[in-house]
Design a protein around this ligand. Structure first.
Ligand code: HEM
Length: 500
């Protein structure tokens, strides 16, 4: 009490201020290194927090890119950040320097839901043994439970039939397809992780999707940036629960689902799904303190696969249907190809892709145009490196502006238009494009890419085989400008699905 009274307050305030300024100078000293990327001057303590609109950083990044070039720096409070733009810079960092750019910034903001040194999940895991172990496990388990095999294809195809039946129930009336797409895609992940699918009217899937939506909203905005830069703030009692209610609720539901699977598990039988396979690994790792196979990590790995695998694919499908109602000529050409190669009765198969260059080009162009993860996921340098001649010190957060590559004006003929010809040659054959990187690149690139590709092709062709989609009569033509909330979702819209 006595210490904080009267005459002492002034000098104490000055001392705290000097301490903060010294800390600030210490944190920004890397900026004075020769060849450090240019960027806007950071304010004391706040850095560039007020100079970037974190509700949607894309326009601010575009302006900064025009001013400072393809590699520019920012200071988020005390975290040094370098933003990479354009194919050359992104590829150099993620592919050629992948050994030193595959770390993630410490996920301190998630400690309140169990992230810690022994449990890091996959997506946010630091680059090291635990990440390698879990990435390999996720990939191989997904493969063993069907990824790349016929059985998963059958799963997706059967789910596509359920989705078509649910679309048919709308009986040509205008509706928003978002909810049904979310449920269908969730069911594919649910089958892989829990071994069952939800009926579309199961209250648990409704709850799961609501929570997922809340969780995504919590991933962007200024408050999120502030606690990320100063995670110690989350030690204020009650603050984490207030800022991340969706994440907490989502993980509680995942816990319930995992417990259910543990109770019905028969250890004498082969694993039924990813959770069983993980529990087998936990048993094997008993007594090994180095292992990342433990109960705490199981819930994080399942949450990661669920959250990364669900909303990304369903958002892309929502974009695909929006673009079909906005471009009826493209829709007709896809349907013509479906009719010629698959017909009206047989279910689409992955093998059909080889004979359907136009449809494959359309799916690629949907992903390029929709550009749903425009800023990728943050990486961190684990060593001092050079990118495009600039010095980027160890411990710098890297933001890979995937959007700047997917919409690069020097590469794409019509970067801001939906133009399937970007992926077709003069003879109408499908052509790969190096700048097509919606799944990112390098060691941390999306591990669910094969599954996502399978879902996109099979759901899309199944829907277009059975329905013609249009803007409902009397409704205005929806816009094709996305809404940024970490992911870029299409604007809310309705469509009519008329059986063919
Ligand atoms: C259209 C669908 C999808 C898109 C556009 C997409 C895109 C991405 C992107 C951009 C990243 C960040 C890569 C980086 O850090 O550089 C990522 C990471 C990841 N994705 Fe996907 N993804 C999709 C579907 C899926 C699916 C279906 C799954 C799982 C079943 C999945 C699981 C993951 C995981 C686990 C990571 C983290 C990888 C790591 O850190 O090692 N994704 N994805």
């Amino acid at each position: 009490m006595g210490l904080l009274s009267g005459d002492m307050l002034g000098p104490l305030a000055v001392a705290v201020l000097i301490f903060l300024l010294l800390l600030d100078v210490m944190h920004r000293r890397s900026r004075w290194a020769p060849r450090y990327p240019p960027g806007p001057t950071p304010l004391p303590v706040l850095g560039n927090l007020l100079q970037v609109d974190f509700e949607d950083p894309r326009p601010s990044f575009n302006q900064l890119r025009r001013r400072f070039g393809n590699v520019f720096s920012l200071q988020q409070v005390w975290t040094p950040v370098v933003v990479l733009n354009g194919l050359a810079a992104v590829r150099e960092a993620l592919v050629y320097r992948n050994q030193d750019t595959s770390d993630r910034p410490p996920p301190a903001v998630y400690e309140h839901v169990g992230y810690g040194p022994r449990a890091e999940g996959v997506i946010l895991a630091r680059y090291g043994k635990a990440w390698r172990e879990q990435r390999r496990f996720s990939l191989s388990t997904l493969r063993n439970f069907g990824l790349g095999k016929k059985s998963l294809e059958q799963w997706v195809t059967e789910e596509a039939s359920c989705l078509c039946a649910a679309f048919a129930d709308q009986a040509g009336r205008p509706f928003s397809p978002r909810d049904l797409l979310n449920k269908a895609v969730s069911n594919v992940i649910a089958s892989l992780t829990f071994g069952f699918r939800f009926e579309y009217n199961d209250p648990r899937i409704v709850k799961l999707l609501d929570m997922m939506e809340d969780m995504l909203k919590e991933e962007s905005g200024l408050v999120r940036q502030v606690v990320e830069a100063v995670p110690v703030l989350l030690r204020i009692p009650g603050l984490a629960a207030k800022i991340f209610p969706g994440l907490k609720a989502f993980m509680a539901l995942i816990d319930e689902l995992i417990t259910e699977q543990k109770m019905t598990r028969d250890p004498t039988q082969p694993p039924r799904h990813l959770i069983d396979a993980f529990l087998d690994e936990v048993k094997e790792a008993k007594g090994n303190p180095e292992s990342s196979f433990n109960d705490e990590n199981l819930r994080l790995v399942v949450t990661d696969l669920f959250s990364a695998g669900m909303v990304t694919t369903s958002t892309t499908l929502a974009w695909a249907l929006l673009l079909m109602i906005l471009h009826p000529d493209v829709q007709r050409r896809v349907q013509q190809e479906i009719d010629e190669v698959i017909g009206k009765v047989r279910r689409p198969e992955m093998g059909d892709q080889a004979l359907m260059p136009f449809t494959v080009a359309v799916v690629h162009e949907v992903q390029r145009f929709a550009d749903i993860i425009p800023l990728g996921l943050p990486h961190m340098t684990s060593r001092d490196i050079e990118v495009q001649g600039f010095y980027v010190p160890k411990g710098t957060t890297l933001i890979t502006n995937l959007s700047s590559v997917l919409k690069d004006e020097t590469i794409w003929e019509k970067p801001f238009c939906f133009h399937p010809e970007h992926f077709l040659d003069a003879q109408g054959r499908f052509v790969k494009q190096e700048a097509f990187i919606p799944f990112s690149a390098g060691r941390r690139a999306c591990l669910g890419e094969p599954l996502a590709r399978m879902e996109l092709f099979l759901f899309f062709t199944s829907l277009l085989q059975h329905f013609s989609f249009s803007v409902p009569a009397g409704q205005p033509r929806p816009s094709d400008h996305g809404v940024f909330a970490f992911l870029v979702t299409p604007p809310p819209y309705q469509l009519c699905a008329v059986p063919r």
